[in-house]
Design a protein around this ligand. Structure first.
Ligand code: MAN
Length: 506
């Protein structure tokens, strides 16, 4: 105000006396207007953006624009294109800068210059800084109270989004842990399947030896018959000789007869009992071998020549080997060897599934399906976790919390990170979060127009709520959603910008 009054009585050039206060310039910038002294001891000043333009001190704020940047007229509106603004000290409130065209125009711009200094020439604007500052303090207190409440609510939202993220991570870890276990199980099943298929394809050893055993039994029977026949004949012969030895006439002194009878008697006294008991049991013995073979039967491979080939038979390569058809003498030995080589060798401890290939196949399919599903879910979760869902992952909190509102005759439903509907028309599916906005695309096609799409912006306030929907272009919608999650701590300067003076109270 004092400046204003001064201005009424003093010529303009006095407003820029050397080292004096230059009107319209902040205290920090006053030094830019200090006088320079030339060789002749005269004071001068140069334009701020062009030091080649020398001016007399009286040319500062003389209402004539001399400098290209308007720096010689900080306190007048003589330079219309100047970017320089007029400084209001606003003692008791906040200093501010006002556009020069608003200077001395008869309007008190209290929203910028609460001290009325913008009208310093007329001096008609009273200093209202005290009242305006009081109003601002009240506004600030109210706003901070609202904001603190909102920030507390925001903290809950942030906590929820972090919990949602954590549960996704837990889910991911749980699934990832299952993969190696399931893969191992699948591998085992596949190996079992191969073994079982091989087993099902290869003949049973018993089946192969069955023929040999039948052959053995037949041969034994035939030899038995031969032996019994020979035994019968032998007994007949023995009977003849016995009768001869009893009925011959020793007086004939036939040396050959005497000698033969003597040998026969010797033969009889040394003779063992007819056919051995073991011989009669031989059929029983073969039967037992066959039963044993059935019990311990295993699967083996046949070589091209029909011989049995497995690792066990290889390991017995030192055992006695018989070629061709065995004789009665070695027959038992032959067949026992064959049996022992193939049945009586302990098999290595290998696991062969009790399940058939028909039972294993669906188990393998099921496990493969499970694994595929798990791996797909892992990919989806990883993509989700690496997606940008806003600062503090905030949108994750609203993942399953759609909001709706009736606006402009339509019912809108916004399902964050999913879709937006206008009544039952799809406006779009979530595409991305970009530069603080949600982008939805690929909605239902408009009649004779593009597919519907939308952009969602957020503002701080009570919510979450859809506060407005606009359709600036045909079928592209702009949504504004208000919510505490989009509130931030504010500075005094920010509050000052949103502050509005109640002129009724001035
Ligand atoms: C419906 C609504 C409108 C849209 C027109 C286009 O009426 O989806 O928002 O502009 O279709 O035909």
């Amino acid at each position: 105000m004092q400046l204003g009054k001064l201005a009424i009585f003093l010529p303009l050039w006095l407003l820029c006396l050397s080292q004096a206060h230059v009107i319209g310039v902040s205290p920090e910038d006053q030094h830019l207007y200090s006088a320079k002294i030339d060789e002749d001891g005269n004071q001068y000043w140069t334009c701020l953006n062009d030091s080649s333009i020398k001016l007399q001190l009286s040319q500062i704020n003389d209402d004539i624009c001399d400098c290209p940047d308007g720096s010689d007229e900080p306190g007048t509106n003589a330079c219309p294109d100047s970017a320089i603004k007029f400084y209001c000290a606003n003692q008791g409130h906040f200093p501010a800068y006002i556009e020069q065209f608003k200077l001395n125009d008869g309007v008190c711009d209290y929203d910028i210059c609460c001290d009325g200094s913008d009208e310093y020439q007329l001096g008609t604007c009273e200093n209202k800084c005290d009242e305006i500052h009081r109003q601002f303090e009240t506004y600030k207190a109210e706003q901070l109270q609202i904001l603190n409440k909102a920030l507390k609510k925001k903290q809950h939202v942030v906590d929820l989004s972090q919990r949602n993220r954590k549960s996704l991570i837990n889910n991911l870890e749980h699934l990832e842990r299952q993969v190696p276990e399931k893969k191992m199980k699948l591998n085992k099943l596949k190996i079992q399947m191969e073994d079982v298929e091989l087993q099902e394809d290869t003949p049973d050893l018993y089946d192969i030896l069955d023929e040999h055993f039948a052959n053995l039994a037949n041969r034994i029977e035939a030899y038995k018959r031969d032996i019994l026949k020979q035994d019968e004949q032998l007994q007949k012969l023995e009977k003849i000789l016995e009768e001869l030895s009893k009925g011959y006439n020793p007086n004939y002194n036939d040396h050959a007869v005497k000698e033969s009878i003597h040998k026969f008697q010797e033969y009889i006294s040394n003779k063992e009992d007819g056919v051995q008991k073991d011989f009669h049991d031989i059929t029983e013995f073969v039967k037992k071998i066959v039963e044993n073979a059935k019990e311990h039967s295993i699967n083996i491979e046949l070589t091209g020549n029909g011989n049995i080939n497995n690792d066990k038979s290889k390991s017995k390569s030192k055992s006695k080997h018989y070629d061709g058809v065995p004789s009665l003498k070695n027959m038992i030995h032959y067949y026992f060897n064959l049996f022992a080589q193939n049945f009586l060798i302990k098999t290595p401890e290998t696991y062969v599934s009790k399940l058939s290939s028909n039972q294993l196949a669906p188990e393998i399919d099921k496990l493969e399906e499970e694994l595929e599903k798990i791996e797909k879910t892992i990919t989806v979760i990883k993509k989700d976790l690496s997606s940008d869902y806003g600062p503090d992952d905030i949108l994750r909190a609203y993942e399953k919390l759609p909001i709706s509102n009736n606006l402009g005759g339509y019912y809108y439903r916004v399902d964050f990170l999913n879709s937006i509907y206008q009544n039952d028309v799809l406006i779009g599916v979530f595409k991305e979060y970009k530069e603080g906005k949600l982008i939805f695309a690929n909605g239902a096609r408009c009649w004779n127009g593009p597919k519907r799409s939308a952009t969602v912006e957020f503002i701080c306030g009570e919510g979450p709520a859809i506060v407005s929907v606009a359709e600036p272009e045909k079928c592209h919608y702009n949504f504004v959603i208000r919510g505490e999650a989009w509130c931030h701590p504010v500075s005094e300067q920010e509050l000052l910008q949103s502050f509005e003076i109640d002129y009724n109270l001035l």
